[in-house]
Design a protein around this ligand. Structure first.
Ligand code: BGC
Length: 718
């Protein structure tokens, strides 16, 4: 008998249910304050998993109780949410999505895992793979943005990063693909609300990211809180038992979301905790996080014959196998055995700065006094840094910074002062992030006099996005629009440029600001090194390359606005009344998916696509020549989209299938070549089965999903 079978043969029912239970420990700066009875449960062998522990000392202390004092000595599985860095904070996931860089997606997860594992942690509840096309939803900040193909690439890179090549290595952590599935579609963007979507969009948009994570070997998965088409995900047999375990062959551990099993009662599908436990177990949930439904309900259900011991055992076996794969039985203290040295931590900060600068999206950069507004001219001597987010070091960390370093992140003001040591940098907040007070406005506007440029830092508080942070009106909060109007009017009168930097966990609806500012940047929340990274880009030390992974609406009423929409029988036509359009706003987004300027000026040459006729086993080679006609070096990201012209089911107007990058010096040209396997051109037919359908496909390449900027060529699938 192997170790797991031997153990299982010796386990009592309470010990088995302990392995299916995860409990939180509150923690403080100095150590954990674990709920009184949890400590005893660990010793009793009736609690096998913990979340929210921080620090190698406390983690080992708890592990010691399990290993040395419990009857069977089964080590604990200890997990924590590491959403964008553990101690060293990286940009939020939405910002990172805009890197379009598999190597960096993987690296930040790898570094986060090293840092977490160095503190004894073996599991993290990340990555979040919920495609979101609704910026009202606060958790948009934690995810990949609007596109399913992009989501799949991020999913695989993050799993590789967290888990490494060997799950038992001292620096590897089990990843958790969450929240399964379509959580990003909560009704009207309202957190925890129901989701009612078609089978087709489920399969085309929301499942592929999870499929990619499973193919990459993700060790665990978490169902979402919501009700999907009438069945709460925690009890969803067709998707969890049939699709996940059955079709995808996922044999890892499924851990419920926080208290989600008990919430089946409020959803109205379970009468009591026992009922809830039965539903979740039958759907395939192995670990009950925080409901205590399994420990309380399953003994009753077993006695009533509503679950079998075999069903319980299957889950226990999966949990023990995960602990074995993580190497916990062989060396429960391997993780956290060695503190990291200062050199590694400082390299990680450098990585955070690099990634943050690359994640910054230059949305507009208008000509001012005969040149582009950015980068700032070398002669810049006097700056006014205005706005409630200019000197907001804590906000820079973004939502859910968990165990992130307690020292504040670098503010824009601090970053610019350090980058421009000889310059005079004035600062005023003007108004608060939120609230109606305009008392500080005049003094802020007065700072415009006598400076070379104004940097206006606006946006959301970090806690305005993330879990339970939906916003019905995702615009500039409080009196910030009034501040922007007044500062821009004064700067205009003085003939000086205004560079607006937006902080947010979502695209914001800011048409006036985009129109009136001389340059506009989406900084999302960039983490520990935010201010340095922003200064790097503003001063031109780094040429920006970030792209938006979500379309930016012109108006809240346009939501959801995304590039993968399907055609209509009456496409927009200005002169034809009965076509698909609004009376009061354009159909297009303010900024399209993939938009992001560089300091170069990229010209796309003609598209070369080979072969012109593609068979099912073939591969497409797509090349485009890029010329940098600008005066600065730049890295361009070019996107590859396809459009099926005629098909038995309607296809989206554009489907993302790839991207590539090319760095070009001023005046330089280069050829970017992208490859696409014909296999990626399979679509789901009327019965949701993949088919390789012969016929015409348009291949499109360009700097974003904005249709007028795309080079197109039609090929034949045969
Ligand atoms: C969130 C999850 C998270 C869990 C544990 C829940 O509220 O929805 O994303 O992993 O808490 O912290």
């Amino acid at each position: 008998m192997n170790r797991v079978d031997t153990l299982m043969a010796r386990m009592t029912l309470p010990e088995k249910l302990g392995q299916l239970t995860m409990t939180a420990s509150g923690y403080t700066v100095t150590g954990p304050v674990i709920a009184g009875d949890s400590t005893q449960s660990i010793i009793d062998g009736t609690l096998g998993n913990l979340l929210n522990m921080v620090g190698a000392g406390p983690v080992h202390e708890m592990q010691k109780l399990a290993v040395e004092q419990s009857r069977l000595g089964i080590p604990l599985l200890i997990g924590l949410d590491i959403i964008h860095g553990h101690r060293t904070l990286f940009p939020i996931p939405l910002a990172e999505a805009g890197l379009f860089d598999e190597r960096l997606w993987e690296r930040t997860a790898r570094e986060a895992a090293r840092e977490g594992a160095a503190e004894g942690l073996a599991m993290t509840f990340a990555p979040m793979l919920d495609v979101s096309r609704d910026p009202r939803w606060g958790r948009t900040a934690e995810g990949p943005g609007e596109d399913p193909w992009l989501n799949g690439r991020i999913a695989a890179a993050k799993v590789r990063g967290f888990q490494g090549t060997d799950l038992s290595a001292a620096d590897a952590m089990a990843a958790c693909a969450k929240h399964f599935v379509a959580y990003g579609c909560v009704n009207a963007g309202r957190e925890y609300a129901e989701v009612d979507i078609s089978e087709r969009s489920l399969h085309e948009v929301h499942l592929p990211g999870f499929a990619a994570a499973i193919r990459a070997g993700v060790a665990t998965l978490m169902p979402a809180f919501h009700d999907l088409n009438g069945v709460p995900m925690t009890a969803h047999i067709p998707l969890m038992r049939d699709w996940l375990r059955g079709k995808m062959g996922f044999d890892g551990v499924i851990v419920s979301d926080y208290n989600a099993i008990a919430e089946l009662i409020k959803h109205g599908v379970a009468a009591d905790l026992t009922d809830a436990a039965v539903l979740a177990l039958k759907a395939g949930v192995d670990i009950d996080m925080m409901s205590d439904a399994y420990r309380k309900g399953l003994p009753v259900a077993l006695e009533q014959g509503r679950v079998t011991i075999e069903e319980i055992d299957a889950s226990v076996r999966r949990v023990l196998l995960l602990k074995e794969r993580l190497g916990l039985f062989d060396d429960p203290y391997r993780r956290g055995a060695k503190a990291e040295d200062a050199e590694i931590i400082s390299q990680r900060r450098a990585l955070s700065r690099e990634v943050a600068a690359k994640a910054l999206v230059l949305l507009t950069n208008k000509p001012a006094t005969g040149r582009d507004t950015l980068p700032l001219p070398a002669a810049t001597q006097r700056l006014a840094v205005i706005g409630p987010l200019a000197d907001a070091a804590t906000e820079m960390k973004g939502p859910w910074w968990g165990a992130g370093e307690h020292e504040p992140a670098v503010s824009v003001l601090a970053g610019l002062r350090e980058a421009l040591p000889g310059a005079t940098v004035h600062h005023a907040a003007g108004v608060a992030i939120d609230g109606a007070d305009e008392g500080g406005l005049a003094a802020a506007v007065a700072l415009c006099d006598g400076v070379d440029a104004v940097v206006l830092c606006l946006g959301e508080r970090a806690t305005m996005s993330g879990e339970a942070a939906s916003r019905a009106t995702p615009t500039l909060p409080g009196r910030q629009q009034a501040l922007a109007d007044a500062v821009i009017a004064r700067a205009r009168a003085l003939g000086i440029p205004v560079i607006a930097i937006l902080f947010s966990g979502r695209p914001l609806v800011v048409p006036e600001l985009a129109e009136r500012a001389d340059a506009l940047l989406a900084a999302w929340f960039l983490g520990r090194e935010a201010g340095h990274a922003i200064a790097d880009v503003l001063t031109g030390r780094v040429s920006p390359s970030g792209r938006t992974p979500m379309s930016w609406p012109r108006a809240t009423g346009q939501i959801p606005v995304f590039f993968g929409q399907r055609p209509t029988g009456r496409p927009i036509h200005a002169a034809d009344y009965y076509t698909s359009k609004y009376q009061d706003v354009d159909n297009t987004p303010l900024f399209a998916f993939g938009h992001g300027l560089t300091y170069g000026r990229m010209r796309y040459g003609a598209l070369q696509v080979e072969p012109q006729r593609l068979h099912a086993q073939g591969e497409l080679q797509v090349s485009v020549t890029l010329h940098n006609d600008g005066v600065h070096e730049a890295e361009e990201t070019a996107f590859l989209f396809v459009r099926r012209k005629v098909s038995r089911v309607t296809r989206p107007l554009l489907e993302l299938k790839g991207y590539g990058k090319l760095r070009l010096a001023p005046g330089e040209s280069g050829v970017l070549t992208l490859r696409l396997a014909a296999d990626e051109l399979r679509w789901l037919d009327e019965d949701l089965q993949p088919v390789f359908e012969t016929g015409e496909v348009e291949v499109c390449v360009g700097p974003s999903a904005e249709v007028t900027g795309l080079q197109r060529q039609t090929i034949e699938l045969s």
